[in-house]
Design a protein around this ligand. Structure first.
Ligand SMILES: Cc1cc2nc3c(=O)[nH]c(=O)nc-3n(C[C@H](O)[C@H](O)[C@H](O)COP(=O)(O)OP(=O)(O)OC[C@H]3O[C@@H](n4cnc5c(N)ncnc54)[C@H](O)[C@@H]3O)c2cc1C
Length: 527
C-alpha cells in the first residue's frame, strides 16, 4: 500500500490536527495518523464509565489562540466554551478564599484577609496584562536562532529587544524578575496573605518538577496568564462536551479542507533516505510516502523511536537525550452521584462551578514538592478540582456529576516500588486529602479513574508522563525548545518537522505550535 501524500502528520492531538488543517487549507493533500482509537491526544473526551464523559487529561481551556478559532471557524465546527468562574480555596483553619470574575466581590473577599492585598490585587492583574501583552506576540512567532548569525534571525531578535527597551521601566523590571525569580518570591513582593500567594503560585508549578519556591517558576505564572490577555475567552473555561471538543472541532475543520484522518494507526518508523524524510511505516507494516512528514509527538518518540539515532547528528542526539521530561502530575477522575460539601462553605453554591484549589498555604505547597524531590508522591498533594457537569450537563447523567482532580506531585521515577503497585494508594491519598475539606465526597463516588505519570506515558505517549511534552522551564523555552538551533519546527532531517507541544510556544491547549509549524512547512515550499 503506497500513496504519495503532500504531508503526513504523525499524531492526532490538537496540534497535529491544527497543522493538518492549515496545510489542507493551503491545498495540500494531508494524512493524519493517530495511534489511539480516538482523536485529541491530551485534549480528549472519553466516556470512561457509561454516561460519564471525562476530559481525561486537560480539563480547562484558555490559551487557545483566537486567530486560530477564527481562521478555522471552530465555532461552526462545534466548539463552544463555557465560563469557569473563579477559584475557591478551602483553608485548614475552616475559612476560605474565593476569588471570582467580579472585581468588587473579589475586593471584598480579599479584604477579609488583608485590606492591603485587596487594594493592590487590581494593580497586579494590570501589571500581568502588560507583561503578557509584551510576551503574546512571541507565541505566534517562529523563534529566531540567535546562534545562526543570519539576518532573518537577527532582525526579529532586534525587534524584540527594541520592544523590550520601549517598555516602561517598571514593566521591564517586572519582566526580568519573572524570568529569574520563584513564583513565591515574585508574589511576596505584592501580597502578604499566605493562602492567596499559595493559590496564585500554583500556576507556576503546573507541569514542572519544581516547587513554588524554585527559581524560574515565576515565568510559568505568566504563561498561564496569557489566555487572559487576548485569549478568546479572557479567562479559563470549559469546552462544552469536554476538551475533546477542541480537538474534534479542529479535526472537522481539517476534514472540511480535505484532510484525511485515521485513528488506530500507530506509526512505527519515519522513513529516512539520504537524510530526507520520505514517509512512514505503521505498526501493521503499511507504509505511506509523502513530500514532508510532521510529527506532533515529543522528541524522544520522534527521534529516538521513529527516526533512529543513526540518522541524526550526534550533537543533536545528545541534546534530545538531555531534554527534560520529569513528569510530576497525575489525574483522578471521579464519577459522582451527588456533589461534595465543603466544610468551609457548605452547600452547592457557585463556588463549586469554578476551580477548587487544594492549596491552603505556601508551606503546604512546598512540602508537597519536598516529598516528590525524594521520589515519593505527595502525601498531601496540591489538587486543582473542577466539576464541569455543573456548567455542562451533557457530560453526566441527570443528577450525577463528573469531577476532575489534577494532582501534583506525582514523580515519574518513584524511589522504591512502582506506579503499578502504588496507583490505588495514590488515588486513595488524593481522595483522603479532598475529604479533609469535603468529608462527604467518599460516599458520593460511583467510579474512579486514576492516572499516574506512567499511565500518561503508556496511554497518551507522553514520555515520562510530562503533560507538556517536556518541562516548561526556561532552558527549554523559545529558541531552546526542543534543542538549541532547532526551535524553528525544522529538524536535522530534511522534510521532517515537529509540530507538537515540545516546540515553541510549549504545552497547553494553544494550537499555536501546529499553526506555526504548518506555516514553516508552507514557507519552505517542499510540498
Ligand atoms: C493530565 C493533563 C492535564 C492537562 N491540563 C491542561 C489544561 O487544563 N489546560 C491546558 O491548556 N493544557 C493542559 N494540559 C496540556 C495539554 O493538554 C497538552 O499540552 C496538549 O493537549 C498537547 O497537545 P499536542 O497536540 O501537542 O500533543 P498530544 O496531545 O500529546 O498529541 C500527540 C498525539 O500523538 C499520538 N501518538 C503518539 N505516538 C504515536 C504513534 N507512534 N503513531 C501515531 N500517533 C502517535 C498520541 O496518541 C497523541 O494523540 C494537560 C495535559 C495533561 C496530560
Amino acid at each position: 500500500m503506497s500513496r504519495k501524500w503532500d504531508a503526513i502528520v504523525v499524531g492526532g492531538g490538537h496540534n497535529g490536527l491544527t497543522a493538518a488543517a492549515y496545510l489542507a487549507r493551503a491545498g495540500r493533500k494531508v494524512l493524519v495518523l493517530e495511534r489511539r482509537h480516538v482523536l485529541g491526544g491530551a485534549a480528549v473526551t472519553e466516556e470512561i464509565f457509561p454516561g460519564f464523559k471525562f476530559s481525561v487529561c486537560s480539563y480547562v481551556v484558555s490559551l487557545l489562540r483566537p486567530e486560530i478559532i477564527r481562521e478555522l471557524q471552530l465555532a461552526r465546527h462545534g466548539l463552544e466554551i463555557l465560563p469557569l468562574d473563579g477559584t475557591f480555596t478551602p483553608m485548614e483553619s475552616g475559612d476560605y478564599l474565593w476569588r471570582v470574575d467580579d472585581a468588587a466581590k473579589t475586593f471584598r473577599e480579599i479584604s477579609r484577609h488583608s485590606r492591603a492585598d485587596a487594594e493592590i490585587y487590581g494593580d497586579y492583574g494590570r501589571a500581568m496584562v502588560e507583561l503578557g501583552r509584551f510576551a503574546k506576540d512571541i507565541l505566534a512567532m517562529t523563534p529566531p536562532d540567535p546562534f545562526s548569525g543570519k539576518l532573518a534571525d537577527v532582525r526579529p531578535l532586534r525587534d524584540l529587544l527594541d520592544r523590550f527597551r520601549a517598555l516602561p521601566e517598571l514593566d521591564r523590571h517586572n519582566q526580568l524578575q519573572l524570568f529569574t525569580m520563584s513564583a513565591i518570591d515574585f508574589l511576596d513582593q505584592w501580597f502578604e496573605t499566605d493562602v492567596l500567594k499559595a493559590t496564585m503560585s500554583a500556576s507556576g508549578i503546573i507541569g514542572t518538577f519544581l516547587g513554588v519556591r524554585s527559581p524560574g517558576t515565576a515565568y510559568v505564572l505568566l504563561h498561564h496568564y496569557m489566555g487572559d490577555i487576548d485569549g478568546a475567552f479572557r479567562s479559563w473555561g470549559f469546552a462544552k462536551g469536554g476538551t475533546g471538543m477542541v480537538s474534534e472541532s479542529i479535526a472537522a475543520a481539517a476534514r472540511g479542507f480535505g484532510a484525511e484522518i485515521r485513528v488506530n494507526s500507530p506509526v512505527k518508523h519515519i522513513l529516512v533516505k539520504d537524510n530526507e524524510a520520505t514517509g512512514v511505516v505503521l505498526e501493521n507494516g503499511d507504509y505511506h510516502l509523502a513530500s514532508v512528514v510532521l510529527s506532533s509527538c515529543d522528541p524522544r518518540l520522534t527521534f529516538m523511536r521513529m527516526v533512529g539515532a543513526e540518522h541524526l547528528p550526534p550533537a543533536f542526539v545528545s541534546d534530545v537525550s538531555r531534554y527534560k521530561f520529569r513528569g510530576s502530575s497525575g489525574k483522578v477522575n471521579l464519577a459522582l452521584d451527588g456533589l461534595p460539601d465543603f466544610r468551609a462553605l457548605p452547600g452547592h453554591g457557585r463556588h463549586l462551578r469554578g476551580a477548587i484549589s487544594i492549596s491552603p498555604s505556601v508551606d503546604y505547597m512546598e512540602r508537597a514538592y519536598d516529598e516528590a524531590k525524594y521520589g515519593q508522591f505527595s502525601r498531601r498533594p496540591y489538587i486543582d478540582i473542577v466539576i464541569p457537569s455543573l456548567t455542562d450537563p451533557t457530560v453526566a447523567p441527570p443528577g450525577k456529576h463528573v469531577m476532575s482532580c489534577f494532582v501534583q506531585y506525582a514523580p515519574y521515577d518513584l524511589r522504591g516500588g512502582s506506579w503499578d503497585e502504588q496507583r490505588e494508594w495514590f488515588g486513595d491519598t488524593v481522595i483522603n486529602t479532598i475529604c479533609e475539606h469535603a468529608p462527604n465526597l467518599r460516599e458520593r463516588i460511583l467510579h474512579r479513574q486514576v492516572l499516574t505519570p506512567l499511565d500518561l506515558e503508556r496511554e497518551f505517549g507522553l514520555s515520562e508522563g510530562n503533560i507538556f511534552q517536556g518541562e516548561l522551564s526556561l532552558e527549554q523555552l523559545f529558541f531552546l525548545r526542543p534543542a538549541p538551533g532547532w526551535a524553528g519546527y525544522r529538524t536535522p532531517v530534511r522534510r521532517l518537522y515537529l509540530c507538537g507541544s515540545a516546540t515553541h510556544p510549549g504545552g497547553g491547549i494553544m494550537a499555536a505550535n501546529g499553526r506555526n509549524a504548518a506555516n514553516r512547512v508552507l514557507g519552505d515550499r517542499l510540498t
